[in-house]
Design a protein around this ligand. Structure first.
Ligand code: ATP
Ligand code: MG
Length: 302
């Protein structure tokens, strides 16, 4: 299964949520590849706390170089072997592989997408899909060249029979809801751009779900005034209304606000919950998202 992680805005929680979903799937015994297609900011290594590739890899060993034709392969980084975090190393047991395909250090956004690049991308996706149970591809935010590349590659006949999912991440605010809707349904959005390169719009939509991240719970704010509580409650009601018209029922799941992640982008481990540093709710949310992602019932036509 190939999963593209997208968002219209930056800073939605796309990477942190995706890497935690990947981690949870690997803990359940699935082999997971995490491909950093965020060319302008290739920092997936930092999420897995791998200092040596925290900002990508050098010497043309990254995804960017491969797609541009400057390299014939990509360095594969075994997260559990290379991570600097001792507790993450320990979660080997019956866990499946968790392999990072990093971006290039100092990489920049793709300027354009040409046919050769699409060919290389198809080849890469075929190979990783063959080797791994789940391949998570973290795309640059917005209507990016990375998104165009992903759409063009998956429209090719070699990939048409593969399971390809799209996750669109957004935060629980008015602007994020509108932006997420625009990314999918807008004039230059995913569906229209996808159709232009040969996708069937309905099929694309069937394989797309939204993920809300860092959703605040208004009732958890203990210190404010009564007026503030009432205002927050009213905003929440309005957001729910907006979300039901703009996003609808295609929501795979959501994550709550997690203080640990507000301070630090990382994988949340069970040991963090046991030490009472992270809340059980965030691990439950990532686990649920991981389960939903691979459950065909969550992808039945809406
Ligand atoms: N559930 C959460 N609770 C609190 N903070 C969160 C949560 N999820 C993510 N964050 C934080 O939000 C910030 C943005 O997350 P992240 O970097 O994953 O977003 P992104 O969409 O990948 O951004 P970019 O477009 O810059 O790549 C990070 O500091 C992250 O730790
Ligand atoms: Mg990111």
């Amino acid at each position: 299964m190939i999963v593209f992680a997208t968002s219209d805005k930056g800073g939605t929680g796309r990477s942190v949520t995706s890497c935690n979903i990947g981690y949870r799937l690997s803990v359940q015994g699935r082999s997971v590849a995490y491909l950093d297609f965020d060319f302008g900011s290739p920092t997936a290594g930092a999420l897995f706390e791998i200092g040596e590739v925290g900002q990508g890899v050098s010497e043309n060993q990254g995804v960017h170089s491969y797609l541009l034709g400057d390299a014939t392969s990509i360095r594969q980084v075994d997260v559990r072997v290379r991570t600097d975090r001792a507790e993450l190393k320990k979660t080997r047991g019956k866990a499946g592989d968790l392999i990072l395909f990093p971006g290039d250090e100092g990489g920049a956004e793709l300027k354009a997408v040409d046919n050769d690049m699409v060919d290389r991308c198809v080849q890469l996706l075929l190979e990783v899909d063959h080797e791994f149970g789940v391949c998570i591809v973290d795309l640059s935010a917005g209507r990016s060249m990375a998104m165009e590349l992903a759409l063009r590659a998956t429209a090719r006949s070699q990939l048409l029979a593969r399971t390809v999912r799209w996750l669109v991440f957004y935060r629980w605010t008015r602007q994020h809801i509108l932006a997420a809707n625009g990314l999918v349904h807008g004039q230059y959005g995913l569906l229209t751009s996808g159709k232009e390169v040969g996708h069937d719009k309905d099929r694309l939509l069937d394989n797309l779900r939204f993920v809300r991240t860092a959703v605040p719970d208004p009732s958890s704010i203990k210190s404010g005034t009564g007026a503030q509580a009432a205002w927050l409650h009213e905003q929440d009601v309005q957001l729910k209304r907006l979300s039901s018209t703009k996003i609808g029922a295609d929501v795979l799941g959501e994550t709550p606000v997690e203080p640990m992640l507000q301070w630090r982008e990382q994988v949340v481990l069970d040991v963090d919950v046991r030490r009472q540093i992270a809340s059980p709710a965030i691990v439950d949310a990532f686990t649920r998202l991981a389960d939903q992602l691979i459950d065909p019932r969550a992808w039945a036509k809406i």
